[in-house]
Design a binder for this molecule. Structure first.
Ligand SMILES: [Zn+2]
Length: 263
């Protein structure tokens, strides 16, 4: 297990996905933005991501560290669960829940979705993250969690796989404006040269820019990343809810046009 910054003992946000490069692609712009906003952020990779056709364990570790640096994220932990055959089960849950109990984040971001044309690890990672959040709070099981204290992560947010197989109804989808950190996101993805050589990166950059451009356009941002909650948004003041920030209910403004009501 590797930790990039051992001096950080509590995190505000932890993001979890099976492979190094998943979170950069899904929500790298948001992670970089959270750091800029003053939060302590950790990336937890469930597996090394290896073997892959062009990678190796050594190169993948270096690439993951370079990507962490590009995003400014303070901590990166690799749980060393098995790539390609990652399965939700008690041992995987204990491992992730132990790290949640150690770092006690207020928010868990879980890569979510089923990708039938890509690795089945993604769906399993989604299940492991949800179950581990539940396990981390359990009492009278401390020996299963390296004798860490029970801790409940208050909030769970899904970072949505763009190629999810389901026509799924996620509660409460929303988009974070990543216009200011889009370049950092692309730099972090480019760090994975074993996965995206120069030719492949041109295509990847195009597809990611299109996807984030589309999500941003829905809310009036140049680039955005989509998320969802496992429950409806709760609020007691409708007015403050819609005026509380650059949210989806703010009218979209495009150059030369006023308040185009795309929402
Ligand atoms: Zn992946």
């Amino acid at each position: 297990m590797s930790t990039s910054n051992a001096t950080v003992d509590k995190l505000d946000v932890v993001a979890v996905a099976p492979h190094p490069d998943d979170l950069e692609i899904l929500c790298g712009g948001t992670l970089a933005k959270l750091v800029k906003q003053g939060y302590k952020v950790g990336i937890f990779d469930l597996t090394s991501g290896e073997p892959t056709p062009r990678g190796s364990l050594e190169t993948r570790v270096k690439e993951a560290e370079a990507a962490r640096f590009a995003l400014g994220v303070q901590v990166r932990v690799n749980l060393q669960l098995p790539n390609r055959v990652l399965m939700d089960g008690p041992e995987a849950r204990f491992r992730l829940a132990t790290e949640l109990r150690r770092y006690r984040p207020s928010l868990l971001i879980a890569a979510a979705g089923r990708t039938p044309a890509a690795s089945p690890d993604h769906h399993q990672g989604h299940l492991i993250a949800e179950a581990s959040r539940f396990y981390s709070q359990l009492t009278k099981w401390d020996e299963r969690f390296d004798h860490t204290a029970p801790y409940r992560v208050p909030h769970l947010v899904y970072a949505l796989m763009p190629t999810d197989a389901e026509q799924r109804h996620f509660h409460s989808t929303f988009v974070i404006d990543i216009s200011e950190t889009m370049e950092q996101k692309l730099e972090a993805i480019r760090a994975y040269e074993s996965q995206f050589d120069a030719d492949r990166f041109v295509k990847v950059k195009h597809f990611i820019s299109c996807a984030n451009g589309y999500q941003g356009a829905r809310c009036g941002f140049m680039y955005g990343e989509q998320f969802a909650l496992p429950h409806p948004v709760g609020a007691d003041d409708l007015y403050k809810l819609v005026h509380g920030g650059k949210g989806a209910l703010v009218p979209v403004q495009l150059p030369g046009r006023d308040h185009l009501p795309l929402n």
